[in-house]
Design a protein around this ligand. Structure first.
Ligand SMILES: *[C@@H]1O[C@H](CO)[C@@H](O)[C@H](O)[C@H]1NC(C)=O
Ligand SMILES: *[C@@H]1O[C@H](CO)[C@@H](O)[C@H](O)[C@H]1NC(C)=O
Ligand SMILES: *[C@@H]1O[C@H](CO)[C@@H](O)[C@H](O)[C@H]1NC(C)=O
Ligand SMILES: *[C@@H]1O[C@H](CO)[C@@H](O)[C@H](O)[C@H]1NC(C)=O
Ligand SMILES: *[C@@H]1O[C@H](CO)[C@@H](O)[C@H](O)[C@H]1NC(C)=O
Ligand SMILES: *[C@@H]1O[C@H](CO)[C@@H](O)[C@H](O)[C@H]1NC(C)=O
Length: 436
């Protein structure tokens, strides 16, 4: 911990670095403390010259509100402000009252735009179809702590009783080039888009925003908080809250979640694409289905479509529910015969079923990878994981324990994210939050 005196001198130093026009208010000191700790303790370079640890973020100066200062004073040139009160109007940047209005204002050119969202709660659903890079920054006093997010987006609905023809219509946040690309469809291969369907956003990033799909405060059919298809999306210090089917990463979708909190139940990480969840908290609100449910795709090249959860916690969402869930939650179940999911170095609490993964009704599971590596905590039961279960009448051990060697093909984001034609694809990941 830093003393207040050294903190103040650091703040002065920082103010100078950020060319703030006003000194920070005292209130901001505590909020900055954690960040300054990180800044002063972590920056280091490993022997290969790569940065390690977390640094003061490139976006902080723009994200941290300073009383009496224009909210865009330290934001990128192509900034667009979202201010529900419409009090900050300037010739230097456009202002919109809602996030979707700001998104819709952007032309379909190749420039990178940054939308800055003022602290507040927004009742809206977001839909991003543009191809060129787009960053959405939530204002916050602490860009390195999701728990302190000040921007909440509440939107989306539940697809109950066949209300919609597809779950795509339920989402709080959608990133896909068009409607067809976002559709789930049915059957082992899902919705088949026309061959000329384009790829959507190549570099979409959100920082410090919480998304909730809370039409019902309970499971009532699929209710997506995030839906990413044919797009590359980085989600940093965000929250995603719903019940059934919270996170959907559709076909050719790539999503990197860093230090997020994701709450859901029943197949709440599902899809066709590739998701890598790092240093995050997965909160189970109940059991049912599994945590993961993936549909793999046959391609002419080797793909790694699947969901990878690394250095994260998989825990009951609160103590009351935890007591009722002991030994009941499955790590996942195969949505088709090519399901792939791997938990790596994760902490799991006692909610996890001794067997780990489970079959999906009578479906055969010939080529699935339902993997685990380095699990620890009460949810880790080595003999339980070896229990034989029936899949299509055939006795099977569902969970595959991976070792240092067999986990290698999936260990890092750079190992799994690919372009539609199978080439490595991580240029869209923020290197500040890429720990390898
Ligand atoms: C958002 O919805 C909630 C609940 O319906 C309501 O209380 C709140 O006033 C709404 N906020 C805005 C900014 O419309
Ligand atoms: C997203 O916007 C596009 C373009 O306006 C629209 O065609 C599509 O239906 C929207 N997606 C969803 C899921 O509403
Ligand atoms: C979307 O899919 C429907 C059903 O297959 C098809 O009729 C329609 O032409 C598609 N739209 C686009 C834009 O590809
Ligand atoms: C999907 O559509 C393509 C044409 O866009 C077609 O060649 C292919 O057979 C279709 N696949 C399925 C499973 O229907
Ligand atoms: C615990 O979590 C469950 C499921 O989300 C919720 O229904 C319940 O209200 C929560 N209880 C407390 C005390 O927060
Ligand atoms: C993938 O290919 C295998 C072998 O050709 C086939 O049995 C399986 O049904 C295919 N799966 C999908 C999801 O297309």
């Amino acid at each position: 911990m830093l003393s207040k005196a050294s903190l103040s001198s650091l703040v002065l130093l920082l103010s100078a670095t950020l060319t703030r026009s006003m000194p920070l208010e005292l209130d901001s000191l505590d909020a900055l403390e954690h960040e300054l700790d990180v800044r002063t303790t972590l920056p280091s370079i490993d022997c290969s010259g790569k940065r390690t640890g977390i640094h003061f973020t490139d976006n902080s100066a723009c994200q941290i509100p300073v009383i009496g200062q224009d909210p865009m004073a330290h934001c990128p040139q192509s900034g667009i402000l979202v201010d529900p009160s419409m009090t900050h109007i300037s010739a230097d940047y456009p202002t919109y009252p809602t996030i979707q209005k700001a998104i819709d204002s952007i032309q379909s050119d190749r420039r990178k735009y940054t939308i800055v969202v003022m602290a507040g709660t927004y009742n809206e659903t977001l839909n991003i179809t543009r191809v060129a890079p787009l960053t959405i920054l939530g204002q916050t006093y602490d860009p390195l702590d999701q728990k302190k997010n000040l921007v909440k987006v509440i939107g989306g609905t539940a697809n109950y009783a066949g209300r919609y023809t597809d779950n795509a219509f339920s989402a709080s946040l959608t990133v896909a080039p068009n409607l067809n690309a976002s559709l789930t469809g049915a059957g082992p291969t899902g919705f088949n888009v026309s061959a000329d369907t384009p790829f959507g956003n190549t570099d979409f990033r959100v920082y410090n925003i919480d998304f909730s799909n809370q039409e019902f405060e309970q499971a009532n059919g699929p209710a997506l908080a995030i839906s990413i298809s044919r797009a590359n999306a980085g989600l940093y210090f965000c929250g995603f809250y719903s019940y059934q089917d919270t996170v959907y990463i559709g076909k050719l979708g790539n999503a990197y979640f860093y230090k997020n909190e994701i709450a859901g139940q029943t197949d709440f990480l599902y899809g066709f694409g590739t998701a890598y969840i790092s240093n995050s908290k997965l909160l189970m609100r109940s059991c049912g289905g599994g945590v993961t449910a993936w549909k793999g795709t046959n391609t002419t090249f080797a793909n790694k479509y699947g969901v990878y959860i690394s250095s994260s916690d998989l825990v009951a969402s609160n103590a009351t529910i935890a007591a009722k869930m002991v030994g009941k939650c499955a790590l996942g179940r195969p949505w088709n015969a090519l399901h792939r999911s791997v938990f790596m170095d994760c902490y799991m609490d006692a909610s996890i079923k001794p067997q780990g993964y489970i079959p999906w009704s009578s479906q055969p599971v010939p080529e699935t990878l339902m993997g685990e590596y380095g699990t620890y905590g009460q949810g880790w039961n080595p003999s339980g994981r070896m229990l034989t279960q029936l899949s299509n009448g055939v006795p099977l051990v569902m969970t595959t324990e991976l070792d240092d060697n067999t986990v290698k093909p999936y260990r890092k984001p750079e190992d799994v994210f690919i372009t539609p034609d199978g080439k490595s694809n991580i240029g869209w990941i923020d290197t500040q939050f890429y720990a390898w």
